[in-house]
Write a protein that binds this ligand. Structure first.
Ligand code: NAP
Length: 220
């Protein structure tokens, strides 16, 4: 039977590759645009979810925002936006579909985290806090949603996307590249393949984990 995957942030970057990999494996993919479901707006999320009459087999909470702000600029508004999009929106979506997913034979959830949940850098405090929190809630939910739903987080390192190019100058990207043991950035498709594995029926026992996919960056 055709399975359905709900993927946020599927318009570009890592999310677009995740959409492609699920489509390649014959999933029906729901990848709402910001106009259809604005993750900054709780009511918009609930309205979108309520309208779906499909059974959701897989949720990939991929969309994320990364406002770089040191302590001087990390005001409540900036921080609250990141908390809403990176943390509360995934939670709202999971809360909405968990019961129906539980009744299915397969229920898989993957939350996209970041290396900044494990290591840090100036200006990443707010973003890192949201990503550490998603790792943490992933652990708790693995217990609460077991045994029918397996939930994991995937924490990419530096990925060759618009977000990375936006947040780092070409010079910085050169320096970053030389600091990664693998000697290169990850390609979005590499992240997508890991997400697909964790969300597939081949994953029968991994749950509650944060899997780092960073070319060895956090191992140094
Ligand atoms: N790129 C990296 O190196 C990297 C590293 C570690 C972790 N990550 C994480 O990986 C995930 C994807 O990152 P990316 O680099 O692929 O990001 P990206 O290229 O900036 O794309 C972000 C996606 O999220 C969507 N989005 C943002 N705010 C939204 C909102 N309010 N409502 C609905 N959709 C919204 C965007 O939609 P629009 O097209 O409408 O803007 C877009 O599809 C994020 O969670 C990020 O934190 C990325």
């Amino acid at each position: 039977m055709e399975k359905t995957a709900l993927i946020t942030g599927g318009s570009r970057g890592i999310g677009l590759e995740i959409v492609k990999v699920f489509e390649k494996h014959a999933y029906k993919v729901l990848a709402p645009t910001r106009e259809e479901m604005d993750l900054r707006d709780h009511n918009s999320i609930v309205a979108y979810c309520e309208k779906l009459d499909k059974t959701i087999d897989v949720i990939v909470n991929n969309a994320g925002i990364n406002a770089i702000a040191t302590i001087e600029n990390l005001n409540n508004e900036v921080f609250q936006d990141m908390i809403q999009v990176n943390l509360l929106a995934p939670l709202t979506i999971i809360q909405f579909f968990k019961e129906k997913m539980r009744q299915n034979s397969i229920g898989r959830i993957v939350n996209i985290s970041s290396i900044w949940s494990a290591v840090s850098k100036t200006g990443r405090g707010g973003y890192a806090a949201t990503k550490s929190a998603i790792n943490s809630i992933t652990k708790t939910l693995s217990i609460e949603l077991a045994p029918n739903i397996l939930i994991n987080a995937v924490a990419p390192g530096f990925v060759n996307t618009e977000l990375t190019r936006q947040n780092n100058s070409p010079e910085e990207i050169k320096n970053i590249t030389s600091s990664i043991p693998m000697g290169r950035l990850a390609e979005p498709a590499e992240i997508a393949r890991l997400v697909y594995f964790l969300a597939s029926e081949n994953n029968t026992y991994i749950t509650g984990q944060t899997v780092f996919i960073d070319g060895g960056y956090t191992c140094k």
